[in-house]
Design a protein around this ligand. Structure first.
Ligand SMILES: [Zn+2]
Length: 211
């Protein structure tokens, strides 16, 4: 189990994303809707990197733009923090803060993308807070992957999750999140990455992720 945890942690922290690391190209690509999306694409200073194999490119660009405008108008302080720390937002197969690209990147998977606009916007702030913590402390998820005591490591990860959830909750309320979304977020115990609830974060959890 320990070995699995380490493999998963290493996988999480250094590999996914960078394997197929891609810089926004200078060519236009065809969206599935047939409308070409020009790359590189910038919105409010962020590089936007759609991926038509995962999410319709035009839909991705449009909804991300709406989420950014919503944050800019209703949660301007948190939005400024996001502008300070985040360089790129891209469509990916798993949502999360990605410290491992050349530039600080937020990955958005389809399940997150397909949630409400308010939820999507609040997730952008959640992931921003992970990256803010990394930039301020130099630690990736509290450097839990370097800890030999995996229960203690899990606790470090849970504490960071809860902290990011609190920032997300403030924003979700500011931008008009629905009651069920607010209640859902409040009910989280910070261990949403530990889906199989066996007290560690491993391949079983990673493979069972659907957000
Ligand atoms: Zn998180």
């Amino acid at each position: 189990m320990k070995r699995r945890f380490l493999i998963a942690a290493i996988f999480l922290l250094i590999s996914f994303g960078s394997v197929t690391a891609q810089t926004a190209g200078d060519v236009s690509v065809k969206s599935t809707g047939g409308h070409p999306v020009k790359l590189p694409l910038k919105l409010e200073g962020f590089m936007i990197e759609p991926n038509g194999q995962l999410i319709n490119e035009t839909a991705f660009t449009n909804k991300i733009e709406k989420a950014l405008q919503l944050l800019k108008n209703k949660a301007p302080d948190e939005f400024k923090t996001m502008q300070f720390f985040i360089v790129k937002i891209r469509a990916w197969n798993v949502s999360g803060a990605n410290y491992n690209e050349e530039v600080m990147t937020i990955d958005i998977a389809k399940a997150t993308f397909d949630a409400s606009l308010e939820w999507l916007a609040s997730v952008l702030i959640h992931e921003t807070h992970h990256i803010k913590k990394y930039k301020e402390t130099g630690k990736k998820l509290g450097d839990a992957h370097l800890m030999t005591d995996k229960k203690a490591a899990l606790q470090v990860m849970i504490e960071e999750e809860l902290e990011c959830n609190r920032v997300q909750l403030v924003v979700l309320e500011k931008i008009g999140g629905k009651k069920f979304e607010i209640d859902y977020l409040k009910a989280q115990k910070g261990d949403h990455f530990d889906i199989d609830k066996d007290g560690d974060y491993d391949w079983d959890d990673y493979n069972n992720r659907n957000w």
